[in-house]
Design a protein around this ligand. Sequence first.
Ligand SMILES: Nc1ncnc2c1ncn2[C@@H]1O[C@H](COP(=O)(O)OP(=O)(O)O)[C@@H](O)[C@H]1O
Ligand SMILES: [Mg+2]
Length: 351
Amino acid sequence: MNGHKRGAVSFHRVRKDFGSFTAIHDLDLEIEPGELVTLLGPSGCGKTTTLRMLAGLESPSSGEIHIGGQDVTRLPANRRDVSMVFQSYALFPHMSVAQNVAYGLESGGTKPRQAMSMAEKGLDLVGLAGMADRLPSELSGGQQQRVAVARALVLEPQVLLLDEPLSNLDARLRRRVRTEIRDLQQRLGFTAVYVTHDQEEALAVSDRIVVMQGGRIAQQGTPRELYETPASEFIADFIGEANVIDCVVEAVANGSARIAVGNLRQEMVARGATPGPAKLAVRANAIRLLPGPGALSGRVLSAAYLGDHMEYEVETENVRLFVIAPEDDRTLSRGDPVSLEFRPRGLALIA
Ligand SMILES: Nc1ncnc2c1ncn2[C@@H]1O[C@H](COP(=O)(O)OP(=O)(O)O)[C@@H](O)[C@H]1O
Ligand SMILES: [Mg+2]
């Protein structure tokens, strides 16, 4: 095997049909060694199918998959040098935590004693050194998930695959475990392919996010690139819940564009915009509401108090906008007349 490419993954024109339905359309994707790439998208967009083809649990209808420079398209799962962390953990309930972690090593031919000592090191890595003799049922959900990660890691796979690994955890634990997984991945430097439908989780853990829609890549980039320069309305809305509204680009000069929404004029980064009608993505937290009329006047349709912030729905003459505002003394109520202003950093023109 090409050692210098250890951990690299490549999909070349990979297609997957289930009967007459095409779940994945000619997917091209390159993953660098040591990179954490997240497949993100709504349910049914093809994330799991892509991951399963990489694991060898599903075989492509056409195209090639390479791992570490080797063509693995026709290799069975057990010869692929990847390990998968499942959403359900899939731990053996009657085996101790250490036995669970050692199991895969032993079935791969490692001597029991050495497997046990490697399992203990693996548990140490995920912060569970003291739990080796417990049964899975004696651990919390977050700890069980860490056992599943340790079990995958001790096999020292070229690529770790994680399919919605946090979906069985409650919200508070999800945040902690995702940080732990990311820390471990950066510390040990392994390649990881992470699947989630949760955009916040994807933003938090990824080097690069691949957004999928209907079995195709809709856009890929760093979390910041996707958030700040969404390529389509779908991406703008899926990542960070933007309002997408009509605007007119009136002038472009020196990398800056002047746009108009109704009577409101706003300067913003042009990013290749040309004069004429355009779509504008406006982040919910980039809208300032001022009491009374102004250049862009509207009315509060609904107001909800959420402790540290307020959520409003506002209607102007021709658009309806979702607004997140800091909680302050000027709380607005349903029916109040307001005027809207935009913060330039929360705006993106969409091609
Ligand atoms: N074994 C299968 N047979 C038929 N259709 C399938 C099969 N597995 C997945 N699909 C379909 O392929 C599409 C993608 O599924 P999946 O990869 O599981 O999506 P995701 O993980 O993004 O929710 C869905 O429409 C799903 O119904
Ligand atoms: Mg899935």
